[in-house]
Design a protein around this ligand. Structure first.
Ligand code: SF4
Ligand code: SF4
Length: 309
């Protein structure tokens, strides 16, 4: 009996360790940049309408299981609902029937699982009661199951045929995209159907292609005006001169960019880890301390276009 109990405890501890391991996207992952813009767009939408407290519109983000959405659900609470590949659109359709008129449902999947989602997407297009915003994270393969090449999809032909307007975005232009989503929430309330295709979200694949094509990508720069860098210096001073006060100091002053863009290069303040996605260029840093030097994917996700830069 004692043995059984201790084995159960051991297993439980292992499970908890597995669950608590921070789920993490690759540095520069475009999925995470788009989800920032989806949320920021909702903040701006509420601000534009002057809504506060309980009067504000609320975002419900229903996603497939995929690179960016996994981290969003477990560690950052970005995604509200996540089941399996092929579930995002149809689960979102169901949520619309149950939610209040102050809730706006955005659905999302990768390009690989787009075809698993077709029935949910069709329902969304045909449903006259609600608008639809469906995001496709387009990395041109199925990363979660080993990098298979998905069925070829011509979104510009299929989207309109299904009843959607198609908008292609560069996932790394985070401010432009937040403005876009702000406007899309208006269109959703007018019951319009829009599909947003975020092309080139896998910065690792594009980085390899850029390197093989001889394109030298740039790096983010954080100036000394960064609130967190200044605070780190202050912590060092306190540690040296008044160590008894150290325990009362928070560990960080500002991690807006690192957490918002979910980027390890920013969280660790290590430009060597920067994958040159270029999102830093448009991130609204309160101290205006973020910039980027050189070529980035926020200029273009097409390697041939970057070669010409
Ligand atoms: S540091 Fe900025 S530009 Fe570099 S990968 Fe992270 S978010 Fe992208
Ligand atoms: S948002 Fe600006 S101030 Fe805050 S950590 Fe990032 S660079 Fe520093």
């Amino acid at each position: 009996m004692v043995l059984l109990k201790s084995t159960a405890l051991k297993n439980k501890t292992k499970d908890e360790i597995t669950y608590l391991r921070p789920v993490s996207n690759c540095t520069g992952c475009g999925d995470t940049k788009v989800s920032w813009s989806v949320h920021e767009g909702m903040r701006r939408f509420n601000r534009k309408l002057g809504l506060k407290g309980n009067d504000k519109y609320e975002l419900i983000y229903a996603a497939d299981r995929g690179c960016g959405n996994l981290q969003g659900y477990h560690a950052y609470g970005i995604v509200d609902v996540i089941f399996c590949m092929g579930s995002g659109a149809i689960v979102g359709d169901g949520i619309k029937e149950a939610c209040s008129e102050k809730q706006i449902v955005v659905t999302a999947s990768g390009d690989g699982a787009y075809n698993f989602n077709i029935s949910g997407i069709k329902f969304a297009a045909k449903n006259k009661k609600f608008g639809a915003i469906n995001v496709i994270y387009n990395n041109y393969n199925i990363r979660m199951t080993g990098g298979q090449i998905p069925l070829e999809t011509d979104f510009d032909k299929e989207g309109p045929a299904l009843g959607f307007d198609i908008i292609h975005i560069n996932p790394f232009r985070v401010d432009d995209n937040a403005e876009l989503f702000k406007d899309l929430y208006d269109r959703y309330l007018k019951k319009e159907k829009v599909m947003v295709i975020a092309d080139g979200v896998c910065v690792l694949d594009m980085g390899k292609d850029a390197k093989n094509s001889g394109v030298k990508m740039g790096r983010m720069i954080r100036s000394e005006e960064c609130l967190d860098l200044k605070f780190a210096k202050e912590r060092e001073r306190v540690a040296m001169e008044e160590p008894e006060k150290l325990k009362d100091l928070p560990r960080f002053k500002c991690r807006l960019c690192g957490i918002g863009l979910r980027c390890h290069a920013l969280l660790k303040n290590d430009p060597r880890q920067c994958q040159a996605c270029g999102s830093c260029l448009q991130f609204p840093c309160p101290a205006n301390a973020l910039s980027f030097e050189g070529v980035s994917f926020s200029t273009s996700v097409s390697i041939s276009e970057l070669i010409d830069k």
